[in-house]
Design a binder for this molecule. Structure first.
Ligand SMILES: [Zn+2]
Length: 282
């Protein structure tokens, strides 16, 4: 049975995927992928994202300054972001957000954070709200990253101007009790394949409470690798030895979420397609 799949969040422009881009693109189309939101994270990768969007019709480009990259932004970052967005009326804003984990919990020698100045929450909030305003002004879809900062995010989302089409809380790991409030403000919630880890019961249980018209599915590839038994698509590790997640694992994310929800995967695919098109494509 062939399904129509959509990856609501990945980083196809990442240098870890670059050596394998040709076979990856073929595999994705072969497995029925019809759309993927490819998220820029810093000033240096926005041009790569837009070139992927010109090359592959299924790429939805999104441009933003990720909270991990806020500390290294240039003085002209906002003009550059405006220019990238202005060149593509269909582009989204993301990946943007708030991350207290890098400030409070990340190890000083975490290789993923090497060379990054870790911006304070105050500084992150300033950059996040500026980007949110850009998105709201043009009614562009926004993709939000949030780690350990749910209260601070809610304080903003509760009162800010938001795009009327809604916004995505990617790899939603917040409390189940907050789903309703976010949904009332227009949130969609994407299920990440790493939530198939047997220990992530709370994450999976939260998705049982999310309205069906707000559920999306994602890989975050090459980040957030899924548990070994679910990994049907594999890539060699990065030069530093980190596991590289293949975007083809979107198939496993659908299968795993369908099992979690007790739904036939074809029904989940129908919901996810309608949701993806409503948020990212109209
Ligand atoms: Zn991401």
């Amino acid at each position: 049975m062939s399904l129509t799949l959509y990856d609501a969040h990945n980083h196809l422009q990442d240098e870890w995927l670059a050596p394998h881009l040709e076979p990856i693109a073929e595999q994705l189309v072969g497995l029925g992928l019809r759309g993927a939101v490819v998220n820029g994270t810093c000033e240096d990768d926005w041009a790569l994202v837009s070139s992927l969007a010109r090359r592959f019709a299924w790429v939805v480009p999104s441009f933003g300054l990720h909270p991990w990259d806020v500390g290294n932004r240039s003085p002209g970052w906002c003009e550059k972001l405006n220019a990238a967005l202005g060149a593509d009326p269909a582009a989204g804003v993301g990946e943007i957000g708030l991350d207290r984990w890098i400030i409070d919990s990340a190890r000083p020698d975490d290789p993923r954070l090497a060379g990054l100045r870790r911006a304070s929450l105050t500084e992150q909030i300033e950059v996040f709200t500026a980007q949110l305003e850009l998105a709201a002004a043009d009614n562009r879809p926004v993709t939000i990253h949030c780690l350990d900062a749910w209260g601070a995010l809610w304080d903003i989302v509760r009162t800010a101007s938001l795009p009327t089409r809604g916004f995505l809380l990617h790899a939603y790991s917040g409390p189940a009790e907050m789903v309703r409030g976010f949904a009332e403000r227009g949130a969609y919630f994407s299920f990440n394949s790493s939530f198939l880890d047997p220990r992530k019961v709370r994450h999976r249980d939260t998705f049982k409470t999310i309205p069906r018209d707000r559920v999306l599915v994602e890989t975050d590839a090459p980040a957030m690798p899924l548990p070994q038994p679910w990994r049907t698509y594999k890539l060699p590790p990065s030069p530093s030895g980190t596991t590289v997640n293949h975007p083809g694992n979107i198939e496993a994310a659908y299968a795993g979420l369908a099992t979690t929800l007790g739904l036939p995967v074809a029904d989940l695919a129908t919901h996810a397609e309608a949701n993806f098109l409503r948020l990212f494509r109209h």
